[in-house]
Design a protein around this ligand. Sequence first.
Ligand code: FRU
Length: 452
Amino acid sequence: MTPPAGLLNDPNGFIQFDGQYHLFYQWHPFACQHGSKFWAHCTSDDLIHWELKPTALAPDASYDKNGCYSGSAFVLNDELHLFYTGNLKDEANQRISTQCLAKPIDSKLESYEKLGPVIGGQPEGYTAHFRDPKIWQHDERWYCVLGAQTEQLTGQVLLYSSDDAKQWQYLAPIVGDGINGLTEFGYMFECPDLFALDGQDVLIGCPQGIQPQGMNFHNRHNNGYFVGQLDYATTQYTHGEFLPLDRGFEFYAPQTTLADDGRRLLSAWLGIPDEDDQPTVEHNWIHALSLVRSLHLVDGKVQQRPVEEHKQLRCSQQQWAEQSLNAQQSLSFSSENCFELALKAEQIDGVLSLRLAEVGEHFVEISFDSATGVFKVDRSHALYQDGSRECLLSTRDSLELQIFFDRSILEIFVNNGEEVFSGRVFPAQAVSNTTVTSTKSCIIKELIRYDY
Ligand code: FRU
């Protein structure tokens, strides 16, 4: 999903309502820069084909004139509602953040009426960096988490509750610096989302200002998750380590929803705040949303998989026979930059690598070293973007990749969602080369390219 013009950022209000999926996004229609945000609105029956609807929210009220900032959607008395942050700068350029409601006034859910602020301001001890309400229901009560900044300029997640989703009561900070043993957790926490997954309470979001730790958190702004338990009676959230959700270069502000069939679905912005220098700007648009993914808890870690619905986009395929790949041998093809690649390798000895999006001297290199277990995505030879990101995999001699390459969008699912690396690459041509090589040996059990 890309904007028709202007800048897209966070996915908002992701929900399935009356069978149809609704996904809104932060949108600045007038320039490829951040500004007073609108909520663009898209709908889909299958999470793959999205239709752009009339704009849902515009920054036209006294309390949101500097932006209808991020938020979520919920259903109250059979009516869809949007819960978002009204961003206002007063005459002295001071920020005022309120949490506001809106709901559709027509049966096609195309025109929205604003119901105004329901949380008037931040609690004592916090700055006006207070935004991104994510709402859910538990035991007949409404709850929401909000991203916040303390007056000491540290990031926290605040928990609120309500009987009717209109009168809200502040409960407690549940995550952040100084809470539950956490230290040095950045200066602001954006876009928190808390949900139950396989018996645990997972909290995902974006702490700003955290330092890199080993292979983790090397982006300018990072994303990640905790697995834990929220005790609704004491409002204590006990949790484990904060881990990266997507390890790629551009991934931010992920938001989830619970589908009617029980799947926990996620959409994310494949961009990063303060990183708006991409070649699409020449064509008056910038940024994209990720493929919709389903979430799973495996051995205490969150795994992400592309939703099965993507398979309907496959139109033709090239499949290679099972074979061993020894040093100096390679498998390669040239194709339009719009395909899915499935690779299964076994008995890997040495480094197995995949050169992708190769045009002339530019390419992205994906590699797995069986000696160290390090999986790496290296963009340092790409045309516009640079850097590399890596992680340790749980397997040493086998590897499974599912790669989606959609012109400039690259999403790499490793070992059925154990790790995901997403980011943008901009090849100079619409056709590029892909090459699989191995420094010693491996068996390629499966290699299929699906053209889209
Ligand atoms: C995250 C964010 C949110 C905010 C929105 C404004 O990217 O900064 O915290 O609500 O974008 O567009």
